[in-house]
Structures are given as structure tokens and as C-alpha cells.
Design a protein around this ligand. Structure first.
Ligand SMILES: Cc1cc2nc3c(=O)[nH]c(=O)nc-3n(C[C@H](O)[C@H](O)[C@H](O)COP(=O)(O)O)c2cc1C
Length: 202
């Protein structure tokens, strides 16, 4: 059986480590093939925040694309995919998606997902938010996207930054129903556990 294709867009907001965590989690996945589109802006944040080159980052993906190649496979709805995650999603890329201005391959691939009614997850990263950001998130949501900001949770008792990154990566994979063991799921408080059930945190 051929693997399902997941498009991973990486734009130039802070925290490219989030994309690295998603790519790492899928690197040896036998059911999902990763298709990576990394913008020029992302190339800069990856250099400044991780000290990696584009080539180093792209090496963990199955397929990579030049962000200016508007004729690439992912620019067409006839190229079947399970959808796309933009992680992290800059406010510029969010604006491009919300207004349908497909100026680069990442924005075009996201536009294609919306028009084909495929899953599009936007891991928007900025704080604080201005009204333009909020309205663009609303527009993207109304058009069918899921806005999934990288908001850390602590119920799984993270001990490191990697634990926090893994939790957001897991939340992203959940959106596509991709199996993972990136974080411990909440199973309810002990008071809600039946007497003969196995404790959630055993
Ligand atoms: C180190 C660094 C961190 C940045 N962080 C953010 C951010 O968190 N959110 C954001 O919207 N833009 C951020 N920017 C600005 C974007 O990189 C910039 O708007 C860029 O044009 C986005 O282009 P792209 O979306 O095509 O990648 C950051 C820029 C740099 C250099």
C-alpha cells in the first residue's frame, strides 16, 4: 500500500523547532510520506534559531520543494494528499492564506488544500496578536482551516523543552489521525477513574 502524503509547510516565524519535531516524528513512519515546503523566511529563522542550513533541515523529509516552484506537484489539487500543516505559520503566511494570495508554493499548496476541502492546520506563532492577525485566523477558520497555536500544556508533566515540542507535534499529528506516542494523554482525574480501571499514570 502506498504511503499517504502529508505536506509540511515551514514559514519564517520563530520556533522552526516545532517543524523539526514533526518531521522527526514522521521520519520512519511507514504510512506517511512527508512533502516539505520551506520558505526563504524559514531558512533565516532555521539559521538564526537552530544553526541549521536548509539542506540539513530538508534531509529529514521524504520529498522537498523549491518554494518558488509554482509548478511543483503540491501546487495542484490533482496531486492527492491527506492535507497540510504549516508549522510554524508566520503572520505573513497566515495573511497570504487568508487572502488567497498564492505568492509562493507554500501559500499555493495551502490554498489548494482549502479549495479541495482537505485538512489544513495552521500553527500560528505570534504574540501578542493584533486585530489583523485575529481576523486572518477567523477568515482561515471559516474557509476550513484549523488554527492550532503552539500553546504549551503541562498536564503531561513535561521535563524539557523537547517534551513541550513533542506535545505540540503530537497535537498536530492528532489532527491527521496519525498514530504517535509523543506525549502522555490525559485520561481523567483519579476521582473519575472506575474502581477496577488501571490508573492513568501508572
Ligand atoms: C528570528 C526571527 C523570528 C521571527 N519570528 C516571527 C514570529 O514569531 N511570527 C511572525 O509572524 N513573524 C516572525 N518573523 C518575521 C518573518 O520571518 C517575516 O515576516 C517573513 O517575511 C515571513 O515570511 P514567510 O512567511 O514567507 O516565511 C521572524 C523573523 C525572524 C528573523
Amino acid at each position: 500500500m502506498s504511503r499517504q502524503r502529508l505536506i509540511i509547510g515551514v514559514s519564517g516565524s520563530s520556533a522552526p523547532q516545532l517543524a523539526w519535531a514533526v518531521l522527526g516524528a514522521l521520519q520512519h513512519n511507514e504510512t506517511v510520506e512527508t512533502h516539505l515546503v520551506l520558505t526563504k523566511g524559514a531558512e533565516k529563522t532555521i539559521d538564526l534559531e537552530m544553526g541549521f542550513t536548509r539542506d540539513h533541515f530538508e534531509a529529514v523529509a521524504d520529498v522537498t520543494y523549491d518554494p518558488s516552484d509554482m509548478g511543483a506537484a503540491v501546487s495542484s489539487g490533482s496531486f492527492r494528499t491527506m492535507g497540510m500543516v504549516v508549522v510554524p505559520c508566520s503572520m505573513k503566511t497566515l495573511a497570504a492564506i487568508a487572502t488567497g494570495v498564492s505568492g509562493d508554493l507554500l501559500a499555493r499548496a495551502a490554498d489548494v488544500c482549502l479549495k479541495e476541502r482537505r485538512k489544513l492546520v495552521l500553527v500560528t506563532r505570534e504574540t501578542p496578536l493584533n486585530l489583523i492577525h485575529i481576523r486572518n485566523m477567523e477568515t482561515a477558520t471559516l474557509a476550513g482551516a484549523t488554527v492550532l497555536p503552539p500553546v504549551p500544556a503541562f498536564y503531561h508533566q513535561p521535563e524539557s523543552i523537547d517534551d513541550l515540542l513533542a506535545q505540540t507535534a503530537g497535537k498536530i499529528l492528532d489532527q491527521f489521525a496519525i498514530e504517535h506516542a509523543l506525549f502522555r494523554r490525559w485520561e481523567g482525574t483519579s476521582s473519575t477513574v472506575a474502581h477496577n480501571a488501571i490508573p492513568a499514570h501508572a
